[in-house]
Design a protein around this ligand. Structure first.
Ligand SMILES: Nc1ncnc2c1ncn2[C@@H]1O[C@H](COP(=O)(O)OP(=O)(O)OP(=O)(O)O)[C@@H](O)[C@H]1O
Ligand code: SF4
Ligand SMILES: [Mg+2]
Length: 375
């Protein structure tokens, strides 16, 4: 079998949002470092899961890759071209290949357009079909995603949440793309509908040889669908590995903590296993911590972590990690280790002789850093 080839190469990708102050004279006073130097490849035909807490930069990453946001720095290589260098005119034909499915099917569809017009829009923008041909293609797309083509003149509000997401998927498929960013496509849907949409996406991937970047909040949500999984924290990648390998052998302390929060169906194992607790909130991307951005919450952190940014490097074949424990494995002695699900009290924390002395007892949580662009 031939080696999988990268479809998209991402190099040192940065997306910073400037923060301005002043009414008459606006000046940049700071930057939200939403994405701050990502390096990874996305292989042809794979599903790469991207997980991390709210506000860590997942959506920004997806949008920057397909150039919905023009990145501050770095490269996105697709078809041998760096998309970040291209003018809008040069980018336009490539946009056909790069599509997005949005989290909220309610907000992402124009309520004043019929389903037919919504799905036809990319065909119109890229001048791919007109008149009867366009209408036939729209009907074909509706059938592909499991919608009744007779509803072509209906409006989004006449459909259920799951059907609306199918409309979004049909729109993304219209131009026969090669790469689709799926930004939490099922998280706004009822649990009963989620499996149907996941199955549909898997079928479509096989049928049309699609490549997905599949964004989700937690590891449980991407386990089933992903070939490889990337874990993101505060604008950087913490770890990236084959799905099976990541679940069996999480190397980054953040992945380890996320993994311990994934529920296990067996109540006995669930009771006995250790729940790793993370300290504090996710810091603000306006002022990320020095060195390793995870050091303020990491149960292993020592002085080096505060000063030196760990490289994102290969631990084993195809398993990449950004952590100093890689070359100092003897440091992998967690403060407060040994807490099981039954022991909900704050963990015993050894006195940190290494400077990192965070608060105790906060659980892994979804928190959004308060970031406001002032004017
Ligand atoms: N247009 C923007 N202007 C300024 N800041 C932004 C903008 N878009 C995103 N951000 C900030 O960038 C950071 C990353 O946001 P992003 O939406 O990418 O996170 P996320 O991981 O997708 O979160 P969620 O899981 O909640 O969707 C956040 O701090 C957010 O407030
Ligand atoms: S580099 Fe240090 S702070 Fe960062 S994850 Fe590794 S041990 Fe924790
Ligand atoms: Mg998001």
């Amino acid at each position: 079998m031939s080696e999988p080839q990268p479809l998209v190469k991402i190099r040192n990708l940065k997306m910073h949002f400037p923060v301005y102050r002043g009414v008459f004279v606006r000046r940049e006073v700071n930057r939200v470092r939403a994405v701050d130097g990502l390096n990874f490849d996305i292989y042809q035909g794979e599903t790469l899961g991207l997980v991390g807490e709210s506000g860590c930069g997942k959506s920004t990453t997806g949008r920057a890759i397909i150039q919905l946001y023009r990145p501050t720095d770095g490269e996105v290589i697709f078809e041998g071209k760096n998309l970040c260098d291209l003018e809008e005119k040069e980018l336009h034909p490539l946009r056909r290949d790069l599509q997005m499915i949005f989290q909220d099917p309610y907000a992402s569809l124009n309520p004043r357009m019929t389903v037919g017009d919504i799905i036809a829009e990319p065909l119109r923008v890229h001048n791919l079909a007109s008149g009867r041909k366009r209408r036939e293609r729209v009907q074909e797309l509706m059938e592909i995603v499991g919608l009744d083509p007779r509803f072509i003149r209906r409006y989004p509000h006449e459909f259920s949440g799951g059907q609306r997401q199918r409309i979004g998927i049909a729109r993304a498929l219209a131009c026969e793309p090669r790469f689709i960013v799926c930004d939490e496509p099922i998280s706004a849907l009822d649990v009963s509908i989620q499996a149907q949409i996941m199955n549909l996406m898997e079928d479509l991937q096989k049928e049309f040889d699609l490549t997905f970047l599949f964004i989700a909040h937690d590891l449980a949500a991407v386990r089933h669908i992903s070939d490889r999984i990337a874990v993101m924290y505060l604008g950087r990648l913490a770890e990236l590995a084959d799905g099976e390998e990541l679940y069996a052998n999480p190397l980054h302390p953040y992945t380890e903590a996320l993994m311990s929060a994934v529920p296990i169906p067996d109540p006995e194992i669930e009771r006995q296993r250790e729940q790793i607790v993370l300290e504090g909130d996710v810091p603000s991307p306006l002022n990320p911590p020095s060195g390793c951005v995870f050091h303020t919450r990491c149960p292993y952190a020592w002085d080096r972590c505060k000063m030196e940014t760990p490289a994102f490097e290969e631990a084993t074949d195809g398993h990449l990690v950004a952590c100093h424990l890689l070359d100092q494995p003897e440091r992998r002695k967690r403060r407060g280790a040994g807490q099981t699900q039954n022991e909900k009290a704050a963990p015993e924390v050894e006195d940190a002789d290494d400077g990192a002395s965070p608060e105790k007892g906060a659980v892994v949580e979804q928190s959004t850093p308060a970031v406001e662009a002032e004017s």
